[in-house]
Write a protein that binds this ligand. Sequence first.
Ligand SMILES: CCCCCCC[C@@H](O)CC(=O)SCCNC(=O)CCNC(=O)[C@H](O)C(C)(C)COP(=O)(O)OP(=O)(O)OC[C@H]1O[C@@H](n2cnc3c(N)ncnc32)[C@H](O)[C@@H]1OP(=O)(O)O
Length: 719
Amino acid sequence: TLMKYDEEFNPADFVFTGLGREYALAFAERGASVVVNDLGADTKGGGKSSAAADKVVEEIRAKGGKAVANYDSVEDGEKVIQSILCGSFNIHCILDLFHNVPMGNNNLIHRVHLRGSFSVTRAAWNHMKNQAFGRIIMTTSAAGIYGNFGQANYSAAKLGLLGLANTLAIEGLRYNIRCNTIAPVAGSRLTETVMTPELVASLKPEYIAPMVLWLCHEQCQENGALFEVLRWERSQGSIVRQKNQPMTPEAVRDQWDKICDFTDATKPKSVQESLLSIVSVLSGLDSGGGVGATPTAAAALASGVNPAEAVGQKLPPSTFTFTPAQCILYALGVGMSTKDPDHLRFLYEGHEDFSCLPTFGVIPSQAAMMDGGLSSIPGLNIDFTQVLHGEQYLELYKPLPTSGTLTSEATVADVLDKGSGAVILLDVKTFSGDQLICFNQFSVFVVGAGGFGGRRTSDNAKAAVPPPKRAPDVVAIDSTTRDQAALYRLSGDWNPLHIDPSFAAMGGFKAPILHGLCSFGFAARHVLKHFAANDPSRFKAIKVRFVKPVMPGQSLQTEMWKEGNRIHLQCKVKETDAVVLAGAYVDLHGASEASLGNLTQHGALQSELVFAEIGRRIKDSGSELVRKVNAVFAWEITKDSRSAAEWTMDLKNGSGSLHRGPAGGKADVTITVSDEDFMEVVQGRLNPQKAFFSGKLKVRGNIMLSQKLEVILKDHAKL
Ligand SMILES: CCCCCCC[C@@H](O)CC(=O)SCCNC(=O)CCNC(=O)[C@H](O)C(C)(C)COP(=O)(O)OP(=O)(O)OC[C@H]1O[C@@H](n2cnc3c(N)ncnc32)[C@H](O)[C@@H]1OP(=O)(O)O
């Protein structure tokens, strides 16, 4: 192989853990003798231990390689180099890689990053000159190249290294000493602020080591260059590692011309822009531009899913403790407002009917996954910048409490190959103690991660259902605010996609988008208001597919169709008329199980008053389509009423009867009526008694008649 170092040459290297460890292992594997230098300082720059260097040395030796540890400070470069030479090592290359110095320590940063590199290189310089060979790699940082907020000292030190390297490159040329600089994009504090841990993890040190090995090889004549493992003025680059293939120096060598081809070069202007194009290469978004990868290969690079490994895996159980404050914050997050008096019961903990919105049921279970559990599942090597919420199903088994501690257990139910993406189905059960409170199915769409040859459908999936082909029964329009996502995320979905413009850009969006579950919450409460009088106990289940993103500030238009206890719905963005939620429905519990409150009337009962009262309450509730009204009538049985109660009446279409009950008793009455007839009655166009006797209003249950009602009934009977 190309990088076989010969035994006599004994190149030496100064490294520690992370990138350094990776370099050390890679060099040793290729036959180099490696000196591992690490002062062993703790993260604050204090303390001293040999553990870090020794560990790497042991690792190399265990694999049959040659390595020794050195614990001298890099500020004392002479000492470091002397100890290497005493150990009968020659110096082939120096890798200055001091990147774990605490960010805040100005003095230490300069001492180690700049003076340390200078000191060690100066000490090695004459030896390299004498042997007419040397390779030096300085490690700088994107923070130095572009500048980065709050990192003035670090940026200065790091770009100082580039100046040093550029001069050494010139001065070393005639001695066959080559000096290059790299700015590796790997797990660092810098990248952690703008990239997800998963993405950082996908830019592994082992993908950088082959580049470094090649730059140190005697055949490599590159000099005075800055490689960002990509370059300052950036070439289109080349993908040198294919799916499931290791990255090798030979692959770097073979792609070298392409890596260094500056036709169509770009000049990223900021750290974010720099990272963005790397991510775009990784995700295959830029596949047409000569990066040499098919979209699938690039996507697989960033977003590997392996159903065989993932399906059936369980996430660690997670607990979620909440108070009324979280219920209120959630209600505000899905657009509730005190300007609508109906909303007060969800916004004010002192309200007599204070309740938690049913769709809050997604929050504890999502928290279970946002804790990072999803990324820990084997077979789900997901690039989180490409994750979109695909669908959601939620079923409540009882109304949610307004405070408490809930436990959620999540399982990967399936992983589907949808061609343009992978769909991960996650079933989550949420318990209060040992009582099952709700079930969620999250469908997570990972854009660009399809095409792995998996199944397209799943028996485990809760299906979306298209709405009836008629005009909607009810349409509700509501505006989201510019800060809707900023508010909604406080309920627990911290995905930067919804707030961070650079993260959104990595996902291909011009600006942060609204949480899918936020529009879901809007739609669900529209149904609850128009079909269930805002009564959370009526809510049973909801299913939604997210078909297009919503931008904060857009208006949502929810179109609803009633089919029995199922309310079909779809949501459009009013400004664009684009459908954003489709195949959606809310299942309600039958109205007979709910109530508009008790109508209690003592003494004489006038049916007009009763119906007028029912009508008023229905109007107040905002619902126009109530089929069944459950009312409890209670009145005293008087002496006179007895004769009235003697008679039993079968209604037309015979769903109920009137007959006598015990004196002083109560009667449960269900009045059933078609939507149209009921509205006629409520709006006063149809006399309730007429409706009653013609069978349009059906009374179910036992009714005890008062004398007054008897009279009215008799009158109407005469009619
Ligand atoms: C960690 C905890 C878990 C929670 C994770 C979520 C965290 C949140 O913070 C993230 C969010 O809230 S993102 C915001 C909400 N979601 C969206 O905006 C996505 C909108 N949808 C889209 O853009 C496209 O539908 C898109 C891109 C999804 C698909 O579009 P296309 O690639 O054009 O697909 P298309 O050609 O239409 O169809 C291909 C196959 O995929 C199926 N499909 C389409 N949309 C789907 C969707 N939304 N969900 C599931 N499957 C979907 C199609 O049906 C088709 O498959 P088949 O041929 O088998 O029917």
